[in-house]
Write a protein that binds this ligand. Structure first.
Ligand code: FCB
Length: 478
């Protein structure tokens, strides 16, 4: 067992407390495949991935991990790794192939089977409503730039809450909205591949409105729901103490860490950190300030790396640049992301400063490394060390009073890592994408032993009682 660097205490799962939630996270587009099965419509990633040069090696997610067909085996693996929580996302275009309008019963049936299987295994299902895969039909109408998305998202959320709310208590309304606004509509590195600084503000505003609108719908339709959002966050270090670099760090912090939490808390957008954000006013309508607020039960934080930034005249509007980890002689993952568990500790302490945050859940944390299959084993000691160091940092923050209630490892198995395709492997389980064979990595085995004697038993009995095949398997009409 590893000694934690910070407390000298042995790192054990029980040190996090009996009610701590241990889970593993996934996302629909990254694992499901079966894009043509079960009546699913196209999403923006189906279209984007087909464009030349968008995804490394031209990889496609039409099959991915084939989770749509293999979910039972994969959930058995979740169980054998010792996790009691399973986070997955719903593919909007499986539920509503055209984004709005007719509901696809086969899509509802799939998630019912998945949820019921989780419950059968005593694993609590956690739904993410939106993890980046907008129906293409809605993108053709402007996607996140179009304010009508509030109605589309509300209708979709209502369908999901009504269909699954009897057996799902934990809801993440949205995953990393900053990635959608920044990578999807500003730099164009992610689907739908739109570029331009002036897309950024309306997209941010509509995402921020949808996160609270979605929260309210789930609150009204799902009794005792545990509702949150999942936000990417990275502690920002200035490259120097020079005022210009300090200003750059403030702007980066406003964008990376404050942009979506502050409007929900009723603080408005962080214009004091980044003046450009005041332009969002042109998309604000009467009543929006109130509409942006929502009292989330938890805030999901997703932390992978910290960043160092400096002022730059070469980047108009934002006037800063990231100082890449590779130039700073620090350890990195295969993504080139700095490994710095202290950044996890610091970001938790930063979020602790807000009044109004109830619980914090680490909704994703993990690392990609080059894995080598040798004699049927993956000896990924770097990944295990990464988890141990980051968990130690979470524990240190928890001991200092940060209200961290749970931790989700990213991710169950290697999968379609967005623009990186299959080249970046984050899984606790290795996937051979040709044969679909799964091999538990050493890091997965480490988690299994780490979680072996956890005291938690988290599945609320009412979720179990509501699994009734008659009630949930509505067959489509012939
Ligand atoms: C997060 C995403 C997740 C995965 C990890 C590596 O930003 O939410 O889908 O791509 O990064």
């Amino acid at each position: 067992m590893k000694q934690t660097e910070n407390t000298g205490e042995t790192l054990s799962a029980n040190a996090f407390g009996e009610d701590f939630l241990w889970g593993v996270a996934t996302a629909a587009y990254q694992i499901e495949g079966a894009v043509r099965e079960g009546g699913r419509g196209d999403c923006i990633w189906d279209v984007f991935a087909k464009k030349k040069g968008k995804i490394k090696n031209g990889d496609q997610a039409a099959v991915a991990c084939d989770f749509y067909n293999r979910y039972e085996d994969d959930l058995n693996q979740v169980k054998s790794l010792g996790f009691k929580q399973f986070r997955f996302s719903i593919s909007w275009s499986r539920i509503l192939p055209e984004g709005a309008g007719a509901v696809n019963q086969e899509g509802i049936d799939f998630y019912n089977r998945l949820i019921n299987k989780c419950i059968e295994l005593e694993i609590e299902p956690w739904i993410t409503l939106y993890h980046w895969d907008l129906p293409q039909a809605l993108e053709l109408l402007g996607g996140w730039k179009n304010r009508k998305i509030i109605d589309w998202f509300a209708a979709y959320t209502t369908i999901c809450a009504e269909a699954f709310g009897d057996r799902v208590r934990s809801w993440i309304i949205m995953n990393e909205p900053m990635a959608t606004a920044g990578l999807g509509y500003t730099t164009g590195e992610h689907a739908p591949g739109k570029k331009g600084n002036w897309n950024f503000l309306p997209v941010v505003h509509h995402l921020a409105l949808c996160q609270s609108v979605g929260g309210r719908i789930v609150r009204n339709l799902v009794p005792n729901a545990y509702i949150g959002i999942a936000l990417s966050c990275s502690y920002v270090f200035p490259d120097s103490e020079k005022p210009a670099d300090l200003g750059a760090a403030r702007r980066a912090d406003a964008l990376m860490n404050r942009l979506f939490i502050e409007p929900a808390l009723g603080l408005g957008y962080p214009v004091d950190g980044f003046g450009f954000l005041s332009n969002i006013n042109r998309y604000m309508r009467a009543g929006d300030y109130e509409l942006l607020k929502f009292d989330f039960d938890f805030i999901g934080l997703q932390n992978y790396f910290s960043v160092v930034v400096r002022h730059s005249f070469l980047a108009p509007v934002i006037w800063l640049k990231n100082v890449p980890a590779a130039l700073r002689n620090v350890p990195t993952t295969a993504m080139g992301w700095e490994i710095n568990a202290d950044g996890m500790y610091r970001i938790l302490k930063q979020f602790q400063q807000y009044n109004g945050i109830r619980d914090i859940v680490i909704s994703e944390n993990g690392a990609a490394f080059q894995d080598h299959l040798t004699d049927g084993e993956i000896a990924d000691s770097k990944r295990t060390a990464f988890f141990q160091d980051y968990l130690s940092a979470v524990l240190k923050a928890k001991h200092e009073g940060v209200n961290v209630k749970g931790y989700f490892a990213w991710t169950l198995m290697d999968n379609f890592e967005w623009a990186e395709g299959y080249s970046a492997r984050f899984g606790l389980i290795f996937v051979d994408f040709k044969s679909q064979e799964r091999i538990v990595k050493d890091s997965g085995k480490w988690f299994a032993s780490f979680l072996k004697n956890t005291l938690t038993q988290n599945l609320p009995t009412n979720l179990r009682e509501n699994v009734s095949l008659k009630k949930t398997y509505k067959q489509p009409e012939k």
